[in-house]
Design a protein. Sequence first.
Length: 174
Amino acid sequence: MYTISKLAVEFGLSRSTLLYYDSLGILKSKKRTKAGYRLYGENEYEKLKKICTYREMGLPLKEIRKLLKKSEGESAEILQAHLLRLSDQIRDLKKQQFAIIEMLKIKKKLNSTPVINKEQWVNLLKSTGLTDEDMHRWHIEFERLSPQGHHDFLASLGISDDEVKRIRKWAKQT
């Protein structure tokens, strides 16, 4: 049996998150102690594992509740709909990315001094939650979609030609 605190530590969640899940009915405690403390069994542990996986996929709790009640086939529909939403978001993010590239090109033409340097750019990406692996995928996509744009963007950060070549080579390695 697991207490709410033990589950919270195990999954890196707050106690209040688990209480919220309980209030939504997506993770109910199996039993309570004489003092009224919630106790969770293996089934609830496995259910919380699924909830956390779905949350990592970006699914809202409303859809997670449906997924936990559905069969495999019905779950596939919900996941496919979410996948389509993610694809739309990715498309929109790519549009934003290209808009930023175009803005940076204009800035570069107006002023040869970089708007932002490499260190600032990397810190900005990390502060938004991107990992080194995410940044590598970002470079891979940028290089694949617009090799010259990728080159120009890197140069706009004030990076030397040799380092630009190294980064582009690194981005081509998949």
